[in-house]
Design a protein around this ligand. Sequence first.
Ligand SMILES: Cc1cc2nc3c(=O)[nH]c(=O)nc-3n(C[C@H](O)[C@H](O)[C@H](O)COP(=O)(O)O)c2cc1C
Length: 133
Amino acid sequence: MSRTRLIYRSQPFGFDSAMLASILSAARRNNPQWEITGALICRHDVYLQLIEGPSASIEALYSCILNDDRHIDIRLLLKEEMDERLFPAWSMLDDQAPSLFWSADDVAKGALEAASPQDLRAPFIRLSEAHPG
Ligand SMILES: Cc1cc2nc3c(=O)[nH]c(=O)nc-3n(C[C@H](O)[C@H](O)[C@H](O)COP(=O)(O)O)c2cc1C
């Protein structure tokens, strides 16, 4: 079965803790049945999410995410075949962005779109090492 890792970024639309809680609760309710794991890095100016799992599940979830009006300006940054999960123990780990390398100014200037696959994976690798499960 082919498996995919996908990273996108978006801009929160009306970011607050209640909205974040509702997104995370949907993720934690739905992702196990799709065999999806991942992490959501969140800050007032940016969502940076990694989702990983069976390719068909990832396509289905990403199309839901694209239609979600709680964020705007959604940009796919990386999509690749994967062997090993980075977050095997997490239906959706959340992180309030201390591990993000890019400042709000960098993000606004397009640093995420310009980042290499390795640079995009790096904050998630760090997070996964800090939260093995
Ligand atoms: C930034 C962001 C990340 C999301 N991540 C997930 C996710 O990992 N899993 C999920 O099921 N829904 C996620 N959602 C919510 C989906 O877009 C959608 O609202 C949800 O899947 C609907 O589930 P429900 O019908 O069970 O309420 C996310 C939404 C946003 C804005």
